[in-house]
Design a protein around this ligand. Structure first.
Ligand SMILES: [Zn+2]
Ligand SMILES: [Zn+2]
Length: 183
């Protein structure tokens, strides 16, 4: 854990209020950064820019990076790729702040040996960018339910209503043992 690109040592940061250090990290994305509908492709090398500032109760961490989220259009199944600039800022506390409505799970803490883990901060800033129902474009017409071909590639009058209404009327006149099969 301490050798992860997302574990940042604070040893070089003077703990005088207002002191700042900057560091750049490269993180190789694991296979779960996102959701099943959209994710950052595993193995992507994310370049992170981090600014750490000493404040009264801990260290303020500002993170900036950019990601490409990839998924599949829910209508036509074409690949969807959306670029996002990501920035996040969060306070890592020296100790759990006091107060009744503080939930330990929601608080980022400076770990033992003055190391912080910026992974939760990074993940929390990327997951809200994921679209549950990604579209290749807002007006994607999707696939024809009859043949599965993209509607954009089909002629406008393409349809699967095979029986002409006049033929259907004719079929109704046929004796029962001669009904057209299937309707
Ligand atoms: Zn589409
Ligand atoms: Zn069709």
């Amino acid at each position: 854990m301490t050798d992860s690109a997302l574990s940042v040592s604070l040893l070089s940061l003077p703990r005088q209020i207002g002191s700042t250090v900057h560091c750049d990290r490269v993180w190789s994305v694991p296979d779960d950064l996102g959701t099943p509908s959209m994710a950052v492709p595993p193995g992507t090398e994310l370049e992170l820019s981090l600014d750490l500032t000493s404040v009264d109760s801990g260290v303020l961490v500002s993170l900036a990076t950019s990601v490409d989220l990839e998924g599949e259009c829910v209508r036509c199944l074409d690949p969807v790729r959306v670029h996002h600039e990501v920035s996040a800022r969060e306070l890592y506390f020296d100790a759990l702040p006091s107060g009744e409505d503080v939930w330990a799970d929601d608080v980022l803490l400076i770990g033992p040996h003055d190391v912080i883990d910026v992974e939760p901060l990074l993940r929390d800033s990327i997951v809200p960018l994921v679209e549950d129902r990604p579209l290749c474009r807002a007006d994607c017409r999707g696939l024809c339910p009859g043949c599965g071909v993209k509607r954009d590639e089909l002629p406008d009058d393409h349809c699967h209503e095979l029986i002409d209404p006049r033929l259907a009327a004719l079929a109704a006149l046929l004796p029962d043992d001669m009904q057209i099969e299937g309707e």
